[in-house]
Design a protein around this ligand. Structure first.
Ligand code: HEM
Length: 503
């Protein structure tokens, strides 16, 4: 430090000091608007060359799946969703499971969660949902009355809530959780024929969730347990592994199903759509720098390679704008030039300049650096993509522009099946967690929630109702529950009693 005399003021030409402090002042970037708390690791994906025993080429021409033993480097970021950057990893929340495959055709990002379904099926509701779940704008504290206020007016969330308030809502570690693409994607083959696909990561260590009591115990001594567990396991050579499975359905409406294949509040029953293994993933290298690799990592649902596609899933399409948009703000317009995000294969665009430009397309490839446009006869620049040797996947789409919602809502049946599939200790924990959180809510919120649980499963509704002191209303309400069609309804438990009495 340069000062006027030993005790005097500092001066403005203290260049090193000014540089150091002003850089320090800018060490943070905006945290992710959701999924702010996370941990990441590098590894590889190894293909089986087959999908459910058939050559992978039957369903997709994506190169990473074709040959048995073929390895593709990956980077995975696990996360929790609602709270900020250093929030406890013991909180009840879905967990993110985002994988970046650095394939020879460019990057493929599979941006999933540990739970197989989601709260909503309309992307327009996403910001409202996040606002209701995030801390209250006045107190800055998460308020479960706001949370259940939103959920109690969103019957399609009942299935997700049934997963989330069970031990699945607090994974014991990142290594012991599943991943799911949640939204419906497509694969297409060399003939351009497409199928609908759901992706699943199944952990070799099996799935383990914590009861609320167990999570409280962990949190009392360690609120970083998931990050520590992942980092230490990899450091010690105990490399976590997952198998990638797909469920496949022919493309179409599937009127025979009691749910819409494009509805992300539903699972595809495994007895009808079995899990088909396609490869395995091993994480074997920790990041060298958390900020450069994990914080600046940018995943998006639009990042696909030849052979993989979107479906018409509205949520998926809503997500696809959001990710790269937020990343241009959060990391900067040239976020794709950073080593963690940059494809290993050179991908040419005519995009130029902007803050922090480092790389100029085509220069390494020896192309003419004067040309950043097309068409051009001078060489360089990106020209129209060459015609693929294969047939394009060209689904036929026609219809009026409408504001119609998915009509096969069936909001409660799968929630009931989930409840019935749980072991007794899981159900007990689910009920306890719902009761403890709903206790503080207003009566009408409680009644709406009980009516949903009752429509899912009579015992489920009765136990929650008893726990929060609504017992008579909800147990009668169970008689009127319509589990077969599960039509969206905001009927309160009391209204259901009336309906039940008429039957
Ligand atoms: C319309 C619905 C959705 C919207 C608008 C949305 C938007 C976002 C945004 C803006 C981010 C922050 C990205 C960043 O800063 O890099 C994010 C992160 C994330 N979202 Fe979504 N999201 C939606 C639904 C979902 C669903 C259904 C899933 C689960 C399959 C999901 C999984 C994730 C994951 C895992 C991350 C963290 C990625 C990472 O580790 O960097 N999101 N989402």
């Amino acid at each position: 430090m340069r000062t006027v005399g030993e005790r005097g003021p500092t001066t403005l030409e203290n260049y090193q000091f000014l540089e150091k402090i002003t850089h320090f002042d800018r060490e943070r970037i905006p945290e992710r608007v959701v999924h702010a708390r996370g941990a990441g690791a590098h590894g590889y994906f190894e293909a089986y060359g087959t999908i459910g025993g058939e050559p992978a080429s039957k369903y997709t021409r994506a190169k990473l799946f074709q040959e048995k033993g073929k390895r593709t480097p990956v980077f995975v970021r696990f996360s929790s969703v609602i709270h900020g950057g250093h929030s406890p990893e013991t909180l009840r929340d879905p967990r993110g499971f985002a994988t970046k495959f650095y394939t020879e055709d460019g990057n493929w990002d599979l941006v999933g969660n540990n739970l197989r379904v989601f709260f909503i099926r309309d992307p327009l509701k996403f910001p409202d949902m996040v606002h209701a779940f995030k801390p209250d704008p006045v107190t800055n504290v998460q308020d479960m009355q706001r949370f259940f206020d939103f959920v109690s007016l969103t019957p399609e969330a009942t299935h997700m809530i049934t997963w989330l308030f069970s031990p699945w809502g607090i994974p014991a570690s990142y290594r012991q959780m599943q991943g799911a693409g949640v939204n419906t994607y497509k694969m297409y083959n060399k003939n351009g024929e497409g199928v609908l696909v759901k992706y699943h990561w199944l952990p070799k260590l099996g799935v383990k969730g914590l009861t609320q009591a167990e999570a409280n115990e962990v949190q009392s001594t360690n609120f970083n347990h998931a990050t520590v567990d992942l980092f230490q396991a990899i450091e010690q050579g105990d490399h976590p592994e997952w198998e990638l499975n797909v469920q496949i359905m022919s493309d179409g409406e599937h009127a025979e199903l009691d749910f819409d294949p494009l509805d992300d509040t539903k699972v595809w029953p495994e007895d009808q759509f079995p899990m088909l293994p396609v490869g395995r993933m091993v994480l074997d290298r920790n990041p060298q720098n958390y900020f450069a690799e994990v914080e600046q990592a940018a995943f998006g649902t639009g990042v696909l390679v030849d052979g993989l596609d979107f479906s018409d899933d509205k949520m998926l399409q809503g997500r696809t704008l959001s990710y790269s948009d937020t990343q241009r703000y959060r990391v900067g317009p040239n976020y794709l030039q950073l080593p963690i995000n940059r494809p290993k294969k050179h991908v040419a665009t005519n995009q130029r300049d902007g803050q922090m430009t480092y790389h100029v397309d085509g220069v390494e490839a020896g192309e003419n650096p004067h040309i950043n446009y097309e068409p051009s006869s001078l060489g360089g620049g990106l020209h129209e993509a060459p015609q693929s040797e294969h047939k394009d996947h060209e689904p036929y789409v026609a219809g009026n522009l409408t504001r119609k919602k998915i009509s096969r809502t069936n909001d409660f049946k799968q929630a009931g099946e989930r409840y019935q599939a749980m072991e007794q200790w899981e159900r007990d924990d689910l009920i306890l967690n719902l009761v403890n959180n709903l206790k503080i809510c207003k009566r009408d919120i409680q009644e709406r929630m009980v009516s949903y649980f009752t429509q899912a499963d009579a015992e489920y509704g009765r136990r929650v109702a008893e726990g929060i002191g609504l017992s008579s209303a909800s147990s009668n309400g169970a008689n009127g529950a319509d589990r077969s069609n599960g039509a969206a309804t905001h009927a309160s438990a009391t209204e259901l009693v009336k309906e039940g009495a008429q039957h």
